[in-house]
Each structure stands twice: as C-alpha cells, then as structure tokens.
Write a protein that binds this ligand. Structure first.
Ligand code: GLN
Length: 468
C-alpha cells in the first residue's frame, strides 16, 4: 500500500521497523500536498519538517523512548501558534504574523517525535462552515472538487482524507472538527472543554474553543489525543482528570439516539449496544444561544487586533482613530465583521440581559439536560450535520441551523467523536457522532474503534486526488 494511504499507527510501525524513515514520510506527504489542487494548506515548510525528521531519526537511533506516533507527520490548523511559522487563522489580519512561541499542543507533538508538516486552511478566525471565509480561498472536497470540504477545519480534514497528511490538529468551537470530518469521510475528536490546553490557540470564543484531532480512524485519533491531552499551567481552564477506561466491547452499552440515525443505531445494536430513541427539546435553543455567546466572546477577543501591537496595519492613516478603523476594516473579512457587530450588540447596555444573559441561561439548561440523559445512558448517537458536503458557493439557506447537533455539545463542554458512517446516493461521505460524558474520550474512542472494526466506511479513500 502507498505510504500516504496508511493509518498513522501503521506508518509509525513501519518507521519503528525501519522500513520507512521519517524523512521519507515527510517527502511523500509533501509531494502529494505540492501537487494537489485542493488548497488544504495555507503554508508548507519542507525545510523545517525535514529538520524535525532528522532530529527524530537521531532520537530514535539513540534509543530514546518516544510515543507510539514517533516519526509521523501531522498537519496543524492555522490558528495554532507555531514558533517561527506564519499562523494566520485564515485572516488577512494575521497574514504576516509569526508567533514567537509554540502552542502547548505543538510542544507536545514535537516532544512525542511527531513532525509538523504545514498549516492547514480554515475559515477566518474559525468562523464558518466551509473555509469559504478564508483569506486563502476555499479548500476543495477531495471526494468532489466542486464541493466544500467543510469548516472551519476544512484544510485539516481534506488533507487527511486526500493523503496530504496522515493526521491533523483542528479546533472545534461549534462543530469545526466534526462537520469537515463528516464532509471528508474522516474521523474527528472534539475533546471535553478543559481536556486539551488552549495555550497558543488563537481565540475565537474562549468558553467554547477546544483543540482536537483529525485522523483516518478512531485508533489514530486516540493515539494523538493521548499525546496532546492533559492539564497545563499555561491554561488554567485545563483539568487533570484520571483517564477513563476504554470499552472492550459494546455489550450492554446504553446509547441514546437523537435525531435520524436508524442505520447507525442498528449497526451498534448488532455489536451488542442497547439503543433507545430520546427527545431533547432543549436542543432547539442551542444554535441561538451558541451564536450569541460565540459572537459576544469573539467581539471581545478580536478587539486586540487594532493595528498597534501586531497584525495588519493600514499605513496611510494620519490619526490613531483612523488607523484603528482602516486596519480593522481592511484586515477582517465580512463574516468576522458581522460577528463582531453582533457580539457588541448583544453585550451592549440595554440588550445584555435580553440576549447575552438569556443565552447563558440556555447554556445552563442544556448542560442540565445532557447531564440528565447521561444518568441513564453511556453515550448519545446523533447526526453531525444534515446531509453531505454542498457545492462551493451554494451554501444552504440558514447555515446556522446546520450546527444544530454540534454547537450544543460545545455549549455543554462535552466530548464528541465524529465517525464516517456511509455515503449518500452521489457517493459523498456522511458522518455520525457519539457524544460522551465529560472527560470520557477513551470511552468514545474505544466505541469508535469497535464500530470501525465492524464497518469499512472509514477505509474508503477518495479518488479525485489521484486523477490530477
Ligand atoms: N459553524 C460554526 C461557526 O461558524 C463553527 C465554529 C467552530 O467550531 N469554529 O461558528
């Protein structure tokens, strides 16, 4: 099998057996990315990846005990800071921003012997559904290049699906790992809020932002999650929680089924799980509450881009006020500006109670509703989003509602695993998610592994890239 089609764990195994060197792996993925027309990456740095590969080779030769993913390349969403490499968050505002430090997750993947390959495309400041709001243009779906790859972590999902990387880091504030994974037919873990350090993640909505993994299967995601998880002094919202125990089978595991996923529920029942349909009427308020809270926090987080300290600056302005206004007007795209305005509105005196405070109440109600479900069930099965990837430039009306099943999970801070679960009549991948109790990622990932040992949706690879 071609090296770029292996799973990360099998690639690591080949590296351990010395059948493949990390340098060869870097070259293989690089070559694929270089020839690609998908636009998965905002930047690629062969020199630095090769230097990292050499270093890992030396560490391996010295018999240093690295991780199960040592020598394996990993693509990094472009809102995760990497020292010395442009980290733009898909925005013109940060097109020249070179962080002077590594995010904690970068330090961790490097210590584990993994090799950052390049930065992946994303919606501007992670606000969107398709990477269409990126200052670098849209990422195309490897299954059908006329369609979007999803968003905001569209570059990460498309890169893993197309063999331009074997694993990737993404971020999920309201569905941004799970939805592109569903659209590209790969597996994605959104971790519990507080399970992975956000230090070095360019903030969108701090109370909802999470870093997670994109991989070809649940086993690869589990291996990468093991590396990046854990409490961090640099992010005081992280918690150190004893690891949950993985499941060895699904016998008697109680799964609540939310929304239309009868086929997947049947597959889980065949594996021994007990599936029962439930209703969660509180869900209908989730999207509204999510956008109020996310925009409120974004308006505050993005206030720092004023052209003074870093980021884009208009050079022609003659007065300070004019410089602020022109820098922000020219540096931000339309979606971001819309959200800053909405956020300022819901936080303004007179509207704060009607919108922001009410949204916080909804968040609490949702948390309680989920907790109640988890008194009776081990996990929840639900769609990721309605339908498969849409055509570039033809977003469905009322896109916001497509976050119905994903945004609620971020409001409640829960972990969720998106799994490929089939194909539509046009051969486009579809995804389903398992939502878990807080900090029970291992439970979800092991359930995912068991599901994937009985199904083959995750093993299918798109052909498009090969035809280029
Ligand atoms: N669709 C969501 C939004 O635009 C996705 C956000 C995310 O998870 N980063 O807010």
């Amino acid at each position: 099998m071609e090296m770029t089609n292996l799973t990360a764990l099998s690639l690591a195994e080949e590296i351990r057996k010395k059948n493949i060197t990390p340098t060869e792996a870097v070259h293989a993925f690089f070559e694929k990315a270089r020839q690609s027309r998908l636009n998965c990456y905002t930047s690629l740095d062969l020199e630095s990846a090769l230097a990292d590969a050499k270093e890992v080779e030396i560490r391996l030769q010295n018999g240093e005990k690295l991780s199960p993913l040592a020598g394996v390349p990993v693509a990094i969403k472009d809102n995760i800071c990497e020292k010395g490499k442009v980290t733009s968050a898909g925005s013109r505002m940060l097109k020249d921003f070179i962080p002077p430090y590594d995010a904690t997750v970068i330090t961790k993947v490097k210590n584990a012997g993994m090799i950052p390959l390049g930065k992946t495309n994303m919606d501007e400041f992670a606000m969107g559904w398709s990477t269409e709001t990126s200052a670098y243009g849209v990422t195309k779906n490897p299954w059908d290049m006329t369609r979007v790859a999803g968003g905001s972590s569209g570059g990460s999902a498309a890169a893993v699906a197309a063999g331009e990387s074997v694993l990737a880091l993404g971020s999920d504030t309201g569905g941004s790992i799970r939805q592109p994974c569903a659209f590209c037919g790969v597996t994605g873990l959104k971790a519990t809020y507080g399970a992975v350090s956000r230090y070095g993640l360019i903030a969108f909505a701090s109370s909802l932002d999470t870093i997670g993994t994109v991989g070809r299967d649940a086993a690869d995601c589990a291996a990468l999650f093991d590396i990046i998880r854990g409490a961090d002094d640099k992010d005081l919202t992280t918690l150190s929680v004893p690891e949950s125990q993985p499941l060895t089978d699904l016998n008697g595991v109680k799964i609540a089924v939310l929304g239309d996923c009868t086929k997947q529920a049947k597959e889980l029942v065949n594996l021994g799980a007990v599936c029962e349909e439930i209703a969660l009427p509180e869900l209908r308020y989730a999207v509204s509450a999510y956008y109020i809270i996310a925009c409120a926090e974004a308006s505050s987080n993005l206030a720092r881009y004023d052209g003074v300290k870093y980021g884009y600056r208009n050079r022609d302005a003659e007065a300070l006020d004019e410089m602020y206004v022109l820098s922000r007007s020219e540096g931000f795209g339309t979606e971001v500006k819309k959200r800053i305005m909405l956020g300022n509105f819901v936080l303004s005196a007179g509207y704060f109670d009607d919108y922001y405070r009410k949204a916080l109440r909804v968040k609490r109600i949702l948390c309680d509703a989920f907790a109640k479900v988890f008194e009776r069930y081990d996990m929840i099965l639900s769609p990721v989003t309605e339908g498969a990837a849409y055509q570039i430039g033809a977003a469905p009306e009322n896109l916001f509602l497509s976050d119905w099943y994903t945004a609620a999970v971020n409001l409640a801070g829960l972990p969720a695993l998106a799994l490929p679960c089939g194909f539509d009549s046009e051969g486009l991948p579809l995804g389903v998610q398992l939502i878990g109790k807080p900090f029970r990622e291992k439970v979800l990932l092991s359930a995912g592994k068991i599901y994937q040992s009985a199904t083959d949706y995750h093993t299918k690879r798109p052909k498009v890239n090969d035809e280029l």
